[in-house]
Design a protein around this ligand. Structure first.
Ligand SMILES: [Cu+2]
Length: 122
């Protein structure tokens, strides 16, 4: 027990210091498929102060690295909202969301068996 108590915090510190530049941020989004992933990562690529972003389609979490001097988590969430996606507790802009292809909408808003999404959901 004593041994573990010393080793675990040590490992966590290493994981933090070994990551790249900027601050890491994780945002839970309402992304549905690979098209969403492309759309969101592209929106982030245009966003000033964001170094890199990766969306995990499985758990819908966007992980990114940003420069805290150039942007803020609030701004980044707003970009996501304006792209049509929920970001943590902030809701998608309704107009942007309506423009998304059917397969990128939340399951409850999708038309049954709509075509246009070749990625397969669930
Ligand atoms: Cu999609």
């Amino acid at each position: 027990m004593l041994f573990l108590a010393f080793v675990l915090p040590g490992m966590m510190t290493m994981a933090q210091t070994s990551s790249g530049k900027g601050e890491e941020l994780k945002i839970k989004t309402s992304a549905q498929c690979n098209m969403c992933k492309d759309r969101i990562e592209k929106a982030m690529a245009y966003e000033k102060g964001v170094y890199e972003s990766t969306l995990n389609v499985e758990d819908k979490v966007l992980t990114l690295r940003y420069n805290p001097k150039k942007t803020t988590p609030e701004k980044i969430r707003t970009v996501l909202n304006n792209t049509g996606y929920d970001a943590d507790d902030t809701k998608a802009d309704q107009k942007a969301y309506n423009k998304l292809p059917d397969c990128c909408k939340k399951p409850e808003d999708r038309h049954v068996h709509s075509d246009g999404c070749e990625h397969g959901h669930e």
